[in-house]
Design a protein around this ligand. Sequence first.
Ligand SMILES: Cc1ncc(COP(=O)(O)O)c(C=O)c1O
Length: 387
Amino acid sequence: MARGSGARRPRSTLAVRGQPPAAVGSEGLVRRDLRHLAGYAPIEPPAALSQETGLEPARIIKLDGNENPYGPSPRARAALASLDCAHLYPDPEQRELRRALADYLGVGAEHIVAGAGSDDLLDLLARLFLAPGDRIINCVPTFGMYSFLAEVQGARVTEVRRTPDHEVDVEAVARALDRRTKLIFLAAPNNPTGNLLPRKHLERLLELPIVVVVDEAYVEFSGTAGFAALVPGHSNLVVLRTFSKWAGLAGLRVGYGVFPPPIAARLMLIKQPYNVNVAAQAAALASLEDVAHLLRNVQRLVKERERLYGKLSRLPFLEALPSRANFILCRLLRGEAASLHQRLRQRGIFVRYFDTPLLRQHLRISAGRPEDTDAVIATLKEFGREL
Ligand SMILES: Cc1ncc(COP(=O)(O)O)c(C=O)c1O
């Protein structure tokens, strides 16, 4: 089955460099259901990309991870530079950060749990709710992490295709439930299609006997307030957010969720006690004091997304999807997306390609700096001339 937008990861370099699995005595002890897990396909860091292309890291154009090229805010940089507690464990109760997030969002701190990126919170939710044989609903194409984490738990994934305009097919979701279905994960805006989740769809999904996890990693780019304010009124709604995108802290790994208090309390019990490190906590707190600065960068990226969209729309060999996030999904109408992906790589331009049945003819391009847009468009035009 297709795993949403997550492409397969190349076999672990550790496994290649170490002994082959057959010679490792513990292999037979590994959980049978995990022995053939393909794994999540992550993006590579600039140093690896620079080695691959032979280009200086500064010449790499990184539009594959929806990262924020403007980086942390001045206050977050200052907080990191003056960090004086790296030798001490962080607060396992995340008191200061949860308080600050509660004030920022206007909900009680009992609703909040922070994590090492929102990936950590997705993982915690999977661990809290999914026993082997349980099910999640995955509305594909979407973020590959949901099905990956469910499979690591030994859970099953029921795929429900989005409609041709990439909306969640709410009635198909309702029909797909069985008594083992526990969770539905919905990115809003969705990655990689960039569209929002209409409130009436969410309201219908909340009537179902499952936990609805709305993943708002890109909400700051969407021009909407998102659904965090609805959490206190619902016992089965979770909203996840991150500092990775709008606040430029992807490398520090810090995200948070707004949960019904009973779920938050259980997550606090099962999480790693020190899951948010001191540098990440300090940078996140400082970012919350520099929101105006960070939102100006968000506006720059939204403007660049629209400029990129305008330029992509004028290319006759592809179709660009309008997006409310900081990336744009393109479908190639002529030529092969895989070879265009390769061509861009050779030029040091990295965009996301998903080798999955639903997305094989697509590329996802992050909104970056204006010069990044210009470089990617120049290579796309060159490719188009040869078709
Ligand atoms: C929809 C979605 N959710 C969550 C994440 C992970 O974010 P974080 O860096 O907070 O783990 C991403 C990252 O690309 C994403 O696209």
